[in-house]
Design a protein around this ligand. Structure first.
Ligand code: NAD
Length: 296
């Protein structure tokens, strides 16, 4: 069992750190929020005074932070992880951040002699609590092999997606497909309604035809056809629209920095911006169907 520094104990990081403790690891935790630290202490973690103090003496450092700027600060800032970690330790950043930040921090870690992987997740808070997250891991083969047994305590699928930054690349490309396809499926149901075509009948046809996709068959945005989808519980997330918007913005940013035209990714980001600005950022992202139907 390892001594693991865990920095960022929010909605995702809190339960992930608890699963590491349950698996028998020692956890040295830090968060700017006192409440988050208290909850981690109650679960059996030791609380450190800062990111550097958490990293000192740990064999593995895991971060679960809001965005790229927090990740840069925690690793490369004064008194940060890189300045304080013990030689040979492994860094795992599981936050969802821009690819450029992921690659810059991995390069800074490597220059200081540390191995690092970016390992963003899908599965949400439910997956973090149940220990069933999917990890998309970018880094060297050796770093991946070292990270895998640690990640196994928090997830059920661990996929090596290539070199540094490629975990983030896989995450934003997948979620861009999801955002676009959810809008497409929602537009179809809104149009069907106006044409007098029953939702269940559209589902029966499209789920067995070329319109078939995950947004339709696993996460149908209208109530009825897929009983487990958030549409049947007033669009309680699930996957909040604000998080979908964050991921779409990261995709657009990556498109700009690589010169990749993303006409539909860009449009999807605009549509989710409007939805979130109308006060629905906390609703499941499939609730976009109601905006497309013209409902308030
Ligand atoms: P959160 O806001 O609940 O938690 C982030 C935590 O980081 C907070 O407790 C905050 O106090 C802490 N923090 C911020 N700056 C810090 C610093 N400098 N030092 C120490 N702690 C600091 O967010 P979350 O929902 O746990 O998400 C974390 C990451 O996981 C994000 O990048 C998010 O996009 C990603 N993610 C979230 C979900 C989800 O369903 N919530 C799903 C997949 C991925």
């Amino acid at each position: 069992m390892a001594t693991i520094a865990f920095i960022g104990l929010g909605n995702m990081g809190g339960p992930m750190a608890r699963n590491l403790l349950k698996a028998g690891h020692a956890v040295q935790a830090f968060d700017l929020s006192e409440a988050a630290c208290t909850a981690a202490r109650d679960a059996g973690a030791t609380i450190a005074a800062g990111p550097g103090a958490a990293a000192a003496g740990a064999e593995v450092v895991i971060t679960m932070l809001p965005a790229g700027k927090h990740v840069r600060e925690v690793y490369t800032g004064e008194g940060g992880v890189i300045a304080s970690a013990k030689p040979g330790s492994l860094f795992i950043d599981s936050s969802t951040v821009d690819v450029d930040s992921a690659r810059a921090v991995a390069a800074a870690a490597e220059a200081a002699g540390f191995a690092m992987v970016d390992a963003p997740v899908s599965g949400g808070v439910g997956g973090a609590e149940a220990g069933t997250l999917t990890f998309m891991v970018g880094g060297t083969e050796d770093a991946f092999k070292r990270a895998e047994p640690i990640l196994a305590a928090m997830g059920k699928a661990i996929v090596h997606t290539g070199g540094p930054g490629n975990g983030q690349a896989a995450k934003i490309c997948n979620n861009m497909i999801l955002g676009i396809s959810m809008i497409g499926v929602s537009e179809a149901f809104a149009l069907a309604e106006k044409l007098g075509l029953d939702s269940q009948r559209l589902f029966d046809v499209a789920s067995k035809s070329s319109g078939q996709c995950w947004s339709l068959t696993s996460y149908c945005p209208v109530p009825g056809p897929v009983p487990t989808s958030p549409a049947n519980r007033d669009y309680q997330p699930g996957f909040a629209a604000a998080l979908m918007l964050k991921d779409l913005k990261l995709a657009v940013e990556a498109g700009q920095s690589t010169g990749s035209p993303l006409p539909l990714g860009g449009e999807a980001a605009q549509i989710y911006t409007l939805f979130c600005n109308s006060g629905f950022g906390g609703k499941d992202f499939s609730g976009i169907v109601n905006m497309l139907r013209g409902q308030k």
